[in-house]
Design a protein around this ligand. Structure first.
Ligand SMILES: [Zn+2]
Length: 178
């Protein structure tokens, strides 16, 4: 098993970036996809073997795509927003898996995070309807507020029902089509 090589990573990234300078080049990229390969046969662009989580990153300036790349290498870009994208994609993947397996999914930190809820908002999961007065952000605000409650016992039955409806009618279908 080879280990992550910073040099190989830098070479691979620079070869597909507009800038020739690593510190500038890292700003050209976004995380666009995650696939999982439980058998661990994936090989990172840096040469690291046994990858299970295979991320795809895309260069926003020239459209170049690097795949597969491991989370350790994405973290080496030194960008908090990319690290956040990595964790959101991982959460999204775990949530989809739980849904496909028919697990009982609730609005808890086992399946959700603040960043994931924000991603769902930004991606259009909260469609406008008569109940949110055609403003999907109201759905997000409600779910985020409920998610952040430290004492879940203070959530009323009515609120529980609304959470359930939003998850079932908006979040789950959206996640399953991702
Ligand atoms: Zn790597």
């Amino acid at each position: 098993m080879t280990v992550h090589s910073l040099e190989s990573l830098v070479q691979a990234v620079l070869a597909s970036s507009k800038s020739n300078d690593w510190r500038r080049a890292v700003n050209e990229w976004v995380v666009v996809d995650l696939e999982e390969e439980p058998a661990g046969t994936g090989v990172c662009v840096c040469g690291q073997t046994n990858l299970v989580k295979l991320f795809t990153i895309k260069n926003e300036l020239n459209g170049a795509v690097l795949y597969p790349i491991g989370s350790v290498c994405v973290n080496k870009f030194g960008r908090e927003d990319l690290d956040r994208q990595v964790s959101v994609f991982s959460d999204l993947h775990a949530l989809r898996k739980a849904l496909v397996e028919g697990q009982d999914v609730a609005l808890t930190s086992e399946f959700f995070s603040r960043a994931l809820l924000e991603y769902l908002l930004d991606s259009g999961a909260f469609t406008p309807d008569q109940w949110n007065f055609s403003d999907g952000e109201r759905d997000y605000d409600f779910l985020a507020k409920m998610f952040n409650k430290r004492n879940k016992d203070t959530i009323s039955t009515r609120q529980q029902q609304k959470i359930y409806m939003l998850l079932r009618n908006k979040v789950f279908p959206f996640v399953l089509t991702q």
